[in-house]
Write a protein that binds this ligand. Structure first.
Ligand code: ZN
Length: 219
């Protein structure tokens, strides 16, 4: 049961974070917001960028600041190709273990690594409270905290790529925010599920957009 909640969080959890982004409120338009967490890394991110280009897809990358520092050329390439970028802390910190002061400083470090380009934030491990979300958007300067509508769990090494794709197929709907990981760990599982998702949704007439102001307008 809980595992299904991770794949598609229930409405009452979303109500706890009213100013955060889970899914576009425009449920008529066939479009999805594909997102990538934990990169950029040379083993995955350039492949992801080429694959997205092949399908004419735009996405949103929630980067880990330390990876941005190490692979700054790839980060710049993400931006150059017209995708949105977000902050995912500098060291992928879990809020409930790190505590707020350490966490806030780590968010700042990531912001500096990204040159202040990120207006969106996603919490590592989904650790977030309504109060922290409020702080990050009010005084942290982020436009939105971004959660997800579909988390197909490409990071779970007990799953096959086909099973990850099946998680997308079962839960995706107009306006969905989908989470993949451009990480070494997600490896072939992510690649299989990403290509499958792009093929499947393209055939159904979906477009693939990055998260920007327009996505929030109907909220
Ligand atoms: Zn992450």
């Amino acid at each position: 049961m809980w595992r299904d909640w991770v794949v598609q969080p229930p409405q009452f959890v979303r109500w706890l974070f009213p100013h955060s982004f889970w899914r576009s409120a425009d449920h008529k338009r066939k479009r999805v917001f594909i997102t990538f967490d934990d990169g950029p890394v040379p083993e995955q991110t350039p492949w992801v960028l080429d694959t997205l280009d092949h399908y004419g897809a735009k996405a949103t990358f929630f980067c880990v600041g330390d990876n941005v520092r190490k692979h700054h050329d790839i980060f710049e390439e993400i931006v150059r190709r017209g995708h949105a970028v977000g902050n995912h802390t500098f060291n992928h910190l879990p809020l409930f273990k790190a505590g707020w002061r350490t966490y806030a400083a780590n968010v700042e470090l990531c912001d500096a690594a990204e040159g202040g380009k990120a207006r969106l934030f996603r919490a590592p491990h989904g650790h977030m409270t309504p109060w922290h979300a409020w702080r990050l958007t009010r005084s942290g300067g982020f436009d939105r905290i971004v959660f997800w509508d579909v988390m197909p769990k490409d990071y779970d090494n007990r799953l096959s790529g086909e099973k990850v794709l099946e998680n997308v197929r079962r839960h995706v709907r107009p306006g969905s925010v989908i989470v993949f990981h451009d990480s070494i760990k997600a490896g072939e599982r992510m690649r299989h599920a990403l290509v499958g998702t792009l093929e499947m949704l393209k055939d159904e007439g979906y477009s693939f957009e990055s998260i920007g102001d327009e996505a929030f307008r109907l909220r």
